[in-house]
Design a protein around this ligand. Structure first.
Ligand code: NAP
Ligand code: ZN
Length: 348
């Protein structure tokens, strides 16, 4: 029998989150069940609640930066034991056989990646329900191991924010001798500073917020530029190798293409909902690229967790209780968060 559990979600776009009941499936032989301890609030949760991409299904239980403790395992599970600290990020299933899955890039699965919330639930029907809930159940192959001695609450945001910036930083070889610009210092951006720095790159913060220019050094950056200051921006013209663009709102990327050195790349990970225009001369000059990146596969997510544990990287979090979740979403919408809300799910 499926289990009925407590959750927090929305019944329609733009509405407040409310307490609700949802069902989790019976454990199949390769399934793991965990009690959720912490769940981060990502801007993608907000986009989906607001139906910014026109693909939201209600009722919806968001949450995809999920850390918990294993409470039950299926009869064929070999990689987890009851009591282990475990995590679920964005991906909870994929076809496993397409070229993308064969390369451990389940985020690009040709059969359609099952995400932790708001995608078709192949087992239960309907749509998947995320981590603002009491428990999660998924196949062991899609569950992550939490490294030992890591702060469980402060590392919850690594499950989405962390992997989303780790993957492009690694792919585009952030490291010694490279200059990485981090555009937009929110949940993703502040973790990107730390990961890029630990990879050995010089890190320049590009922010629209004067207060974050002040905070950049504490976060680990080498320098910071207020993007509205044309003189400061001109100082970095043709000097940056890789810009990780995490801005959630519609914005002009041409100003950042012009910061790129020869063969440099702007990688979009933020998800503004309008098409982006690029001036021809901003890319033909300097053989520059504009690209994008989407979370990361399961193997790479585990690798990122180990990397962060080894380098002492966690997020700066503000912990909120389940009954403060609406206030937290409103503050996230206004950009009033330093730098990630994490919900204490034990209190649900
Ligand atoms: P966040 O915490 O809200 O941070 C976004 C940052 O963007 C803000 O802190 C702000 O930085 C900047 N920003 C926001 N509105 C702006 C505006 N109007 N003009 C200029 N800058 C603005 O969000 P997040 O959780 O880091 O997520 C960032 C984006 O990445 C979202 O769109 C999210 O959906 C997306 N995302 C994508 C993936 C993927 O796989 N591709 C995964 C996770 C999230 P400053 O104050 O420094 O300017
Ligand atoms: Zn996310």
């Amino acid at each position: 029998m499926p289990k009925t559990i407590n959750a927090i979600g929305v019944h329609s776009a733009q509405s407040d989150m409310t307490f609700m009941s949802i069902q989790r499936r019976d454990l199949k032989p390769t399934d793991v069940e965990m009690e959720i301890l912490y769940c981060g609030i990502c801007h993608s949760d907000l986009h989906q609640v607001n139906n910014d991409f026109g693909a939201s299904h209600y009722p919806m239980v968001p949450g995809h930066e999920i850390v918990g403790r294993v409470t039950s395992i299926g009869s064929a599970v070999t990689q987890f034991n009851v009591g282990d600290y475990a995590a679920v990020g964005c991906i909870v299933d994929s076809c496993g056989t397409c070229p993308a899955c064969e390369r451990d890039m389940q985020q690009f699965c040709e059969g359609g990646t099952s995400l932790s919330f708001n995608t078709p639930d192949k087992e239960m029907g309907g749509f998947t329900f995320g981590g603002f809930s009491k428990t999660y159940v998924c196949k062991e192959d899609y569950m992550l191991h939490m490294p030992e001695n890591i702060d469980l609450a402060a590392s919850a945001p690594l499950l989405c924010a962390g992997i989303t910036v780790y993957s492009p930083l690694k792919h585009w070889n952030a490291g010694p001798g490279k200059v990485v610009g981090v555009l937009g210092i929110g949940g993703l951006g502040h973790v990107a500073i730390r990961i890029a720095k630990s990879m050995g790159a010089k890190v320049v913060v590009l922010t629209s917020s004067p207060a974050k220019v002040e905070d950049a050094k504490r976060l680990g950056a080498d320098d910071a530029v207020l993007t509205s200051d044309t003189e400061q921006m001109a100082g970095y013209a043709s000097k940056i190798d890789l810009v990780i663009d995490t801005v959630s709102a519609n914005h002009d990327v041409n100003a950042y293409l012009n910061l790129l050195a020869i063969d440099g790349t702007v990688v979009l990970v933020g998800l503004p909902n309008e098409p982006i225009e690029i001036g021809a001369f901003n890319v033909v000059k300097g053989r520059r690229s504009f690209s994008g990146s989407n979370i990361g596969g399961i193997v790479e997510t585990q690798e990122m967790l180990e990397f962060c544990a080894e380098h002492g990287i966690v997020a700066d979090i503000e912990m909120v209780q389940p009954d403060q979740i609406n206030e937290a979403f409103k503050r996230l919408e206004k950009g009033d968060v330093k730098y990630r809300f994490v919900v204490d799910m034990k209190a649900l």
